[in-house]
Design a protein around this ligand. Structure first.
Ligand code: HGY
Ligand code: MN
Ligand code: MN
Length: 412
C-alpha cells in the first residue's frame, strides 16, 4: 500500500473544472456561500462523489458528507475535506483543494481496489469564509457546537437575507442534526496562503497550530449634514472619527509583531453620498495572534482605545464581536502521521503555524485532527491570482492519502 500514489493531473483537471463555476475575468473564483453559484459548486462536487460510488448526507446547516464504506461500518469514519465557498475575489485552491484532494484519495483507492477497515468521508463545510455571513467557519462551528444552529440560521447578509432561507432556497437545508455524526479523525489539506513554504523551498507544511482570531463590527455614529454650509468645527463626521480606530487596528498588530495581525477589510459609509457628512460608518475589525494572552491584550487595548475616542469626541461607538476562536494546537499523533507520510514519500517538510482559520480548528474539538499545507505562488491567497503547482497539489494529496490510510487501516 505504501507505493500507491494519487494522480496529480486528474486532481488538477478537477480543480480547473470546479473553478469554472464562479470564475472571474482575472482567473479567480467568486462563489459566495449559499448563492446560486455555491449551489452549482456543491452539486458539481456531489455528482463527482456519486460517480465514485459514495453516499451523500447533508446536515441542518448544509454541511455535506460523502462516504466510502469500510469493511467495518461500526468504526467511526476517517474524515477529510474543507470548503468550496470562496471570497469575492477568491482563488481556485483555497478550500476547493482540500475537498477535491479528498475525492482524489477516494478515486485512487477505487483504482487500486483498496478496502479500508474504517469508512472514509469527504466533507464540504458551509460558509467557511465568513464573507457573506458571519461567523467565519460557520458550518464546522455549528457541527462542533461552538456556534448554535439558531444563531447561524439568523445570520443575515448585507441585503438582509438569512442563512436558513438561503439554505432552503438552494436545496441544502438537510435533516441530520449537526454533530450527530461520528468522526474517528480529521485531516485537511490546504494551500498555506502565506510565503513560508515557498521561501523555504519546502513542499509540505506540517501544521502544529492555528492562530487565534477575533472579528468585530465597529459602528461609529455621527450626524449627517450638508458638506457645503456646515462649518468644519461643528461637524460630527463619522468617517473622520473612524480613521484613528482603523489605523490603531494595524498599530496594535505591529506592537505584537511578527505574529500579530490587524485588518480592516469592510467599510460601509451612510448615507455614502459625496456631499453629505457621514452620519454613520460601520467597518470590520480582524485581529489575530498565535498566543492567547497576547490576543486578549490586543483586544483589551483596542477596546480601551475605542472608549477613549468615544469620550474625547463625545460620540457613540458600538463594538460587536462577531467571530472568535482561540489559538488551537493540533493532535500530536496526526502531526507525526503527516510528517512520517511526507518523509516516507520523500517530500521536504517543515512546521508552519497557520495564520488563516480553517474548519479543522473546530474538528480538533471532536476528534484527532491534523492539517497538511502546500505552497501557493508568492504566498498569495484571497486574491484572484492565487496559484499552485501541480506537483505540490499532488504531493499534498499523497500525504493526505497515506495519513488517512494510517488511521483507516486496510482490510485484509
Ligand atoms: O479568515 C480566515 O482565516 C479564513 O480564510 N476564513
Ligand atoms: Mn480556506
Ligand atoms: Mn479563505
Amino acid at each position: 500500500m505504501g507505493d500507491i500514489r494519487v494522480r496529480g493531473d486528474r486532481l488538477y483537471d478537477s480543480l480547473l473544472s470546479l473553478a469554472q463555476i464562479g470564475k472571474t475575468a482575472k482567473g479567480g473564483v467568486c462563489r459566495l456561500a449559499l448563492t446560486d453559484l455555491d449551489q452549482q459548486g456543491r452539486q458539481w462536487v456531489i455528482n463527482k462523489a456519486l460517480e465514485l460510488g459514495l453516499t451523500i448526507t447533508t446536515d441542518q446547516i448544509g454541511n455535506t458528507f460523502m462516504r466510502r464504506s469500510g469493511s467495518n461500518p461500526k468504526l467511526a469514519p476517517i474524515m477529510t475535506g474543507s470548503h468550496i465557498d470562496t471570497q469575492p475575489t477568491g482563488g481556485k485552491y483555497d478550500g476547493n483543494y482540500g475537498v477535491l484532494a479528498g475525492l482524489e484519495v477516494i478515486e485512487t483507492l477505487n483504482d487500486h481496489q483498496i478496502k479500508t477497515d474504517a469508512p472514509i468521508e469527504v466533507v464540504f463545510w458551509t460558509n467557511e469564509e465568513g464573507s457573506r455571513f458571519t461567523p467565519v467557519m460557520m458550518g464546522s462551528g455549528v457541527f462542533s457546537g461552538a456556534v448554535s444552529l439558531d444563531h447561524a440560521y439568523a445570520a443575515k447578509d448585507i441585503e438582509g437575507k438569512n442563512v436558513k432561507e438561503e439554505l432552503l432556497r438552494i436545496g441544502f437545508l438537510g435533516t441530520e442534526k449537526p454533530g450527530d455524526h461520528p468522526c474517528g479523525a480529521y485531516f485537511e489539506a490546504h494551500i498555506e496562503q502565506g510565503p513560508v513554504l515557498e521561501n523555504q523551498s519546502t513542499v509540505i507544511g506540517v501544521v502544529p497550530a492555528v492562530m487565534g482570531l477575533r472579528w468585530f463590527d465597529c459602528t461609529v455614529h455621527g450626524f449627517e449634514a450638508h458638506a457645503g454650509p456646515t462649518p468644519m468645527d461643528i461637524r460630527m463626521d463619522a468617517l473622520q472619527n473612524s480613521l484613528g480606530i482603523m489605523q490603531y487596528v494595524v498599530e496594535i498588530a505591529g506592537q505584537h509583531s511578527p505574529h500579530g495581525r490587524g485588518t480592516v477589510g469592510m467599510i460601509q459609509v451612510f448615507p455614502n453620498s459625496r456631499n453629505v457628512i457621514p452620519g454613520q460608518v460601520q467597518f470590520s475589525i480582524d485581529i489575530r495572534h498565535p498566543d492567547h494572552n497576547i490576543l486578549d491584550l490586543m483586544t483589551s487595548k483596542l477596546k480601551e482605545y475605542i472608549a477613549q475616542v468615544s469620550a474625547d469626541k463625545s460620540i457613540a461607538i458600538d463594538l460587536k464581536e462577531v467571530s472568535y476562536f482561540p489559538p488551537c494546537n493540533f493532535d500530536a499523533r496526526c502531526i507525526e502521521t503527516i510528517r512520517k507520510a511526507a518523509n516516507d514519500l520523500g517530500y521536504s517538510n517543515m512546521d508552519v503555524v497557520s495564520g488563516a482559520g480553517h474548519d479543522a480548528i473546530y474538528m480538533k474539538r471532536l476528534a484527532p485532527t491534523g492539517m497538511i499545507f502546500i505552497p501557493c505562488k508568492d504566498g498569495v491567497s484571497h486574491n484572484e491570482i492565487e496559484d499552485a503547482k501541480v506537483e505540490h497539489l499532488e504531493a499534498g494529496a499523497n500525504v493526505l492519502l497515506h495519513s488517512i490510510l494510517a488511521f483507516a487501516g486496510q482490510h485484509q
